[in-house]
Design a binder for this molecule. Structure first.
Ligand code: ATP
Length: 253
């Protein structure tokens, strides 16, 4: 199957004050694929993934140059509707961060904000999203219980369900399993395989095995630059750049 470009990043540069955290980033993110971002601590992976739904706008003193085309339209254009952007590009963070509300309310929250009021429609969305996040069977009997009572792994899948509830196109995941045990991690990795049929996924991971297991493409970041992007199999078996090889073989980072 040939894939199309979902997000096209052109000459992206990002500065925190005087410090340049991203340098001339160019990247095509393919639709319905998983793209992994790897690289040593502080190389700009989180900064980059946050540019994809303009989360950095919330930080003072950030300057961004270049363009990021989502389905061909620049998300940094003045005409971009930020609410729509964050709806179509959802984000899951390192630490599960459910709201201190019930399981049901966590998932229904987004659709309600976007105007869904009908109770049976909300019920349907909640069930579909929880099923989509492989959590329904575990929580269907406790929808009215506090989300904070779920295990860490369940909370993270709830956060994924919360994203799915507003029908995004793209899911951004910043080290989504780094706070989870191995079994919960495996569940999320399995879930990614299913989710990519419907969504485009970008994942930051420190875990090289995880990048190898879950992703189709991998970009290696170093000091704010992308050193190389390729099919994940190529990055791990025949990287083109010596620095990529040094990193994946554990020589630094
Ligand atoms: N809000 C900020 N203000 C100033 N500098 C920042 C800010 N956020 C990040 N940085 C700097 O930008 C660089 C890139 O940070 P970033 O968090 O994107 O890296 P990372 O590759 O995700 O690191 P890690 O793997 O440790 O999470 C670092 O030098 C960091 O100190």
């Amino acid at each position: 199957m040939t894939s199309r470009t979902k997000i096209k990043v052109n000459n992206l540069n990002l500065f925190y004050g005087d410090f340049q955290a991203l340098i001339d980033i160019n990247l095509d993110i393919m639709a319905n694929k998983v793209t992994a971002l790897i690289g040593p601590s502080g190389c700009g992976k989180s900064t980059f993934i946050r540019t994809l739904n303009r989360m950095n706008d919330l930080i003072d003193n950030v300057k961004i140059k270049g363009e990021i085309l989502l389905d061909g339209a620049d998300i940094y254009d003045d005409r971009c509707d930020l609410i729509q952007l964050r709806k179509s590009v959802g984000m899951v963070f390192q630490k599960p961060n459910p709201f201190p509300k019930t399981v049901y309310e966590n998932v229904a929250y987004g659709p309600k904000i976007h105007g869904v009021k009908n109770k049976s429609t909300l019920d349907e969305i909640v069930e579909k999203s929880l099923r989509g996040a492989a959590l329904w069977d575990e929580v269907k009997g406790r929808l009215d219980k506090p989300a904070l009572g779920l295990s860490g792994g369940q909370q993270q899948r709830l956060c994924i369900a919360r994203c799915l509830a507003v029908e995004p196109d793209v899911l951004l995941m910043d080290e989504p399993t780094s706070a989870l045990d191995p079994i919960s991690t495996l569940k999320i990795e399995d879930l990614l395989e299913d989710l990519k049929k419907q969504y485009t996924i970008v994942i930051v991971t420190h875990n090289m095995q995880q990048a190898g297991r879950v992703s189709d493409f991998t970009s290696f970041f170093l000091n704010g630059e992308i050193i190389e992007t390729d099919l994940t199999d190529n990055i791990f078996s025949k990287p083109r750049d010596k620095r990529t090889e040094d990193y994946i073989t554990g020589r630094f980072g």
